[in-house]
Each structure stands twice: as structure tokens, then as C-alpha cells.
Design a protein around this ligand. Structure first.
Ligand SMILES: C[C@H](C(=O)O)C(=O)SCCNC(=O)CCNC(=O)[C@H](O)C(C)(C)COP(=O)(O)OP(=O)(O)OC[C@H]1O[C@@H](n2cnc3c(N)ncnc32)[C@H](O)[C@@H]1OP(=O)(O)O
Ligand SMILES: [Co+2]
Length: 134
């Protein structure tokens, strides 16, 4: 079911500082910041030869990463995103196996313009898992 590692997400309080750090200290290829209103975050992507790093900063009042940052004030790894061929098939298979799909269960459009879903961290070794349709 899961394929390539699409990205590893790091939640931060200051996405500009995080982007500058990776660009200027690590010499990385860093995108502009993009607000993702539907997801309650602003994103920056760091393009690596074999995957991406996604920086997340809270956006708006009810950001889903706000409490994570209260628990982790310096920031931290927030989720991992795997690619799947068909996100509805994957979702239905996962639900049939008892995994909890977060939100309404219907995919949202993610930062790459593809359908994404999230699986509860308590079901996957304490790690928030995002699925993105390849
Ligand atoms: C668009 C872009 C893209 O890639 O396209 C994105 O990624 S958008 C990325 C932003 N969107 C999302 O993250 C959507 C999915 N996330 C969510 O719905 C929420 O963050 C959540 C339900 C996973 C957790 O929300 P919350 O922290 O307010 O909830 P709680 O405080 O009740 O947390 C419930 C339990 O899960 C744990 N927990 C919470 N967040 C995480 C995490 N990131 N990794 C591992 N464990 C976590 C808490 O410590 C707690 O454990 P204990 O019970 O032991 O204390
Ligand atoms: Co993500």
C-alpha cells in the first residue's frame, strides 16, 4: 500500500527563521512560504535529492499543530507522509483493519494539490502519518 516517502514534516514557531536556517546554514533548496488555509498551517518545502522536508507554522486560530508546539516549544518532527496509488482504496483498507482516519475521513487537497489523509498517531507507533495520492 504505502510507497515513496513524500515528506517529513517539522512544526516550527517561526517558518521564516527555519527556512533561512536550512537555506543559509545547510545550503538547501527552500521554497517560498505558502499559506494552506484549509489545513491551518503555512508551509515551506525543502527539496532534497530523495524526498522533501515540510516546515509547518500555525495559521489562524484553530491550527491543528498549535497544541503540538505547546508541547514542543522548540518545534519538532510532526508527521511523515507516504505516497499511495489510490487514497480511497488505501483509506478503506485501513479502516477495515481498524485504523483511525482523522477528520471527516474524506481527503483534503494537500500542499502539492493532491488528495491527503491523516492517520491517528496512536495507531502508528506514536507517529502522525499522512497519506498523499501519488
Ligand atoms: C497540507 C500539508 C500537506 O502535507 O499537504 C500538511 O501536512 S497539513 C499538516 C497539519 N494538519 C494536520 O496535522 C492534520 C492531522 N492532525 C490532527 O488532526 C491533530 O494534529 C491530531 C488529532 C493528530 C492531534 O491534535 P492535538 O495535538 O490537538 O490533539 P491531542 O492533544 O488530543 O493529541 C492526542 C494525542 O496524540 C498525540 N499527538 C498529537 N500530535 C501528535 C504528533 N504530531 N505526533 C505524535 N503524537 C501526537 C498527543 O501527544 C496526544 O497523546 P496523549 O493522549 O498520549 O497525550
Ligand atoms: Co504534510
Amino acid at each position: 500500500m504505502i510507497g515513496r516517502l513524500n515528506h517529513v514534516a517539522i512544526a516550527v514557531r517561526d517558518i521564516s527563521a527555519a527556512a533561512a536556517l536550512y537555506r543559509d546554514t545547510l545550503g538547501a533548496d527552500v521554497s517560498a512560504a505558502v499559506p494552506q488555509q484549509e489545513h491551518g498551517v503555512t508551509t515551506v518545502f525543502v527539496t532534497l535529492p530523495n524526498t522533501k522536508i515540510e516546515f509547518l507554522e500555525p495559521l489562524g486560530e484553530n491550527s491543528p499543530i498549535a497544541k503540538f508546539l505547546e508541547r514542543n516549544p522548540d518545534g519538532g518532527i510532526h508527521h511523515i507522509c507516504y505516497e499511495v496509488d489510490d487514497i480511497i482504496v488505501a483509506r478503506d483498507q485501513l479502516k477495515a483493519k481498524g485504523a483511525r482516519v482523522l477528520g471527516t475521513g474524506e481527503p483534503k487537497t494537500g500542499a502539492h494539490g493532491k488528495p491527503v489523509l491523516f492517520l491517528h498517531p496512536k495507531d502508528f507507533n506514536g507517529t502522525l502519518v499522512e497519506l498523499e495520492q501519488a
